[in-house]
Design a protein around this ligand. Sequence first.
Ligand code: MG
Length: 365
Amino acid sequence: MTGLIEAVETGVYRFPTDQLEADGTFSWDTTTAVTVTLRAAEYSGLGWTYSSPAAAAVVRQHLAETVRGRPVDDVAGGYETMRRACRNIGTKGLVAQAISAVDIAWWDLRARVAGKSLATALGRCRDTVPVYGSGGFTTQDDEQLETQVTSWAEAGCRAVKIKIAESWGTKPDRDRARVRRLAELAPAGVALMVDANGGYDTAAATRMGSFLDEVGVVWFEEPVSSDDVDALRLLRRHLRCDVAAGEYVADLAETKALLEAVDCLQLDATRCGGFTGWLAAAELARTANLQVSAHCAPALHAFVGAAVPHLRHVEWFADHARLEPLLVDGAPAVRDGALHPSASRPGHGMSLAATAERHRCPTDG
Ligand SMILES: [Mg+2]
C-alpha cells in the first residue's frame, strides 16, 4: 500500500530578467515558473514548468480532480488519465506543460515515499550529466557576450551556444560577426553552437549554414521553423553541422515527425509530458539512432538526463541557471562542465526556496 495523492497545489512565480532579452524571433523581460506540489500523508513532490500562469489554471481546473485519490505509485496511469481528461481542450502546448509539471511532481513524490533518490527511481546510468552554456541573446553587447562565455568556460563547459537570426533573420551580417566573436572567445576545444529559433527561411538558413560550416560551428538549432520538417531534413542533408530541433515537442506523435529531420533531438521535460513523456520520446529517438539533448530546465533535466545512455548534453540556459536557485533550495550545481544529481537525497531533493516567495504572483488562486 503506497498511499493516495491527497492534494494538488499550484504556484506561479515571475522572475524578471536583468534587461530585455531576445533571440531571433521572440523577446522577453520575465520568466514564469508554474509549480505543482502533490501531497500524500507527510510527503510532498514538487514539479514545475516554464510557462504561462494559464498552465496553473489548467492544473487546477482540468487535472487536479483526476489526480487526487490516485495511488502514489501509479505515475504511468496518472499520465494517461491526465491526457484523457484534456481530450476536448487539446493535449499539446500549454496543456502538455501543465501535465508535465504534475508528472514531474508525481515522480518526485513516488521516489520520496519509496525512500529513494529520483536519480535511482528514474534508472540512473551516469553520475554526471554534461551541460553546455546557453544564452548569447541578440540583445547583448560584445562585453556582455564576453562575460557570459568566460563564465561558461570557468564552469568547465565543453560547448557554448548563442542566439542568431536576429530580428527574424534580417541582420545576417551582425549574426556572422557575433558567431566570429564567439569563436574568438571560446577556449580551444570548446564546441560552438548556435540557435536561430526558426528565424530564417530555407534559403537564408542554407547560406548561414555554409558560413557556420566554414567557421566550424557544430550545432545549428532550428535554422528554420521546426514546423517545416521538410526544410530541416533538406538542411540536415546539405550541412556539415548538426541540425537540431525538438524543444516544442509535446508528445510522441510530434517526436516521431522530427526523427528524420534532425541530427540530435531536443526534448524538454517541462513541455513534453514530464519525465514520463521525456523518457518515452528519448526511447523513440533511439529507434532512429539519435542522441537526445535536454532543452533548458537544468535542475530537472539533471535527473532524467542521468537515466538515458544516449544523452548528448543538457542546456544550461542562462535565465534558468539564474532563477532555479532562487526558486528552489537544493538545485544541482554545475561543476567541471556537468551537473551532479544527488543519488542520496529522497526524490530530487529540491524544495521551494524562501527566496521564491517575493517572486510569487498573488493571482494564482
Ligand atoms: Mg532553442
